[in-house]
Design a protein around this ligand. Structure first.
Ligand code: NIG
Ligand code: FE
Length: 403
């Protein structure tokens, strides 16, 4: 998965060996998440890749693990989740499957449940979801706030998220909370003022749900205000854009140099033109279309235009309650006409680009040794065998002398 090969191109090596220097990750000061001793994006890293090549040419190692012909891929980079919440919305999902549509209104019920939950309950839920993701091959995970929507509640969610990942995102502008109903601009003032001041130290990114057609979310001007303020506070930019209908979000993200515009369910030709040649990644979240019974994004139009595409779960209790990157890969191949190689690239190298990380999402020398072993001979099986738990994050055993 060498980034130098280009978008969607895998660097497949058969009869391969990977040499890992165990403990090298903790000795490194690189990577955004190693600041302040935080985990660097997930629980997987145990070292760095020191060598990759043919088994026959491999240098000697202190310990050898034979994976028996199984495929080894970079651990998935899930660049978009909302794991800090309480409660669930199964009845809302059931109603949708019976014909209701999604407009973001259900977010308020998760906000109420989250505000009412103890820190211990939120921490336990978050840890369980991270463990669930890790068990399915995810090595780096982004986590957003956005179910607190008061200064204290957003800070609490970001602090908890910071315990599990360095990739934390301030999403105070998720929806207008009930106490600000009819006063969206006043709420934007809070988000860009006192809330941002308190939240920025705990976040790497800022995000906004830009959806002018929704009575709950934010229009282009409000989204711009949020992102510009976030940038001034030192945060990187990302957006929820084009989820419920076409809108200004994608072009706004490109204009402001956002790392990623996420959802892209509804794209115009102007959106694709803007993304083409930009550094902004289009992150597709097919779990959302699956769980809201919406049309899938036009991944082919993006890929054929040369846009850098990522896949992520969007794991949240409303629109996509799955932590499974393999499911997203299978949906991308079956429903969005991505090749298995494009889908794996998007779920690894694409996610890394969406988080502006050059140390994860591939298995070249110097990368984090986040290895995912497939119970299969090739990456194609991830889509070919949907729903089968093939992907396992590999825990490398420590060597006796700690070398
Ligand atoms: O990414 N669209 C906005 N936010 C989430 C959904 C949150 C929810 O419904 O609880 C999303 O789909
Ligand atoms: Fe989301």
């Amino acid at each position: 998965n060498d980034p130098a090969l280009g978008v969607g191109r895998l660097g497949i090596v058969r009869d391969a060996a990977i040499v890992v220097e165990v403990g090298a990750a903790s000795a490194s000061a690189e990577g955004p998440g190693t600041r302040d001793g935080m985990p660097d994006g997930g629980p997987a890293s145990v070292g760095r890749v020191a060598w990759v090549g043919l088994i026959a040419a491999a240098p000697p190692a202190d310990r050898v693990i034979d994976v028996g012909g199984r495929a080894v891929v970079p651990s998935f980079v899930d660049s978009h989740t909302h794991l800090a919440f309480a409660g669930d919305r199964a009845p809302e999902f059931a109603a949708r499957m019976a014909g209701e549509s999604y407009d973001g209104g259900g977010i308020a019920s998760t906000v109420a449940a989250t505000r009412g939950a103890s820190a211990e309950a939120l921490r336990a839920r978050l840890a369980a979801l991270v463990a669930e993701a890790h068990a399915q091959g995810t090595g780096t995970i982004e986590v957003k706030s956005g179910y607190g929507l008061t200064v204290a509640d957003e800070v609490r969610l970001l602090r908890l998220s910071r315990e599990v990942t360095g990739e934390t995102t301030f999403l105070g502008a998720h929806v207008v909370p009930p106490e600000y109903a009819g006063r969206a601009d006043d709420y934007v003032d809070l988000v860009t003022g006192a809330m941002l001041i308190e939240c920025a130290p705990h976040a790497r990114w800022i995000d906004v749900f830009c959806e002018p057609g929704s009575p709950h979310a934010f229009d282009g001007d409000q989204a711009r205000a949020v992102l510009v303020a976030g940038r001034r506070a030192g945060l990187g930019l990302r957006l929820h854009a084009g989820q419920l209908g076409p809108g200004p979000g994608v072009r706004l993200g490109v204009e402001l140099g956002a790392a990623a515009v996420d959802h892209c369910t509804h794209l115009t030709v102007a959106d694709i033109d803007a993304l083409t040649g930009s550094t902004t990644v289009a992150t597709l979240l097919p779990g959302v279309e699956f769980s809201t019974r919406s049309p899938y994004p036009d991944a082919r139009a993006l890929l054929d235009a040369g846009v850098r595409v990522a896949l992520a779960t969007d794991c949240n209790p409303g629109t996509s309650f799955t932590s499974s990157m393999p499911l997203c890969i299978a949906l991308a191949v079956r429903e969005m006409h991505m090749t298995p190689a494009e889908a794996l690239w998007a779920a690894t190298a694409g996610g890394a680009l969406a988080l502006r990380r050059d140390d994860v999402g591939y298995l070249g020398v110097g990368a984090h040794a986040d290895l995912t072993v497939l119970e299969a001979p090739s990456h194609e099986h991830l889509a070919y065998r949907p729903g089968v738990p093939l992907a396992r994050s590999m825990a490398l055993p420590p060597v006796a002398d700690g070398a």
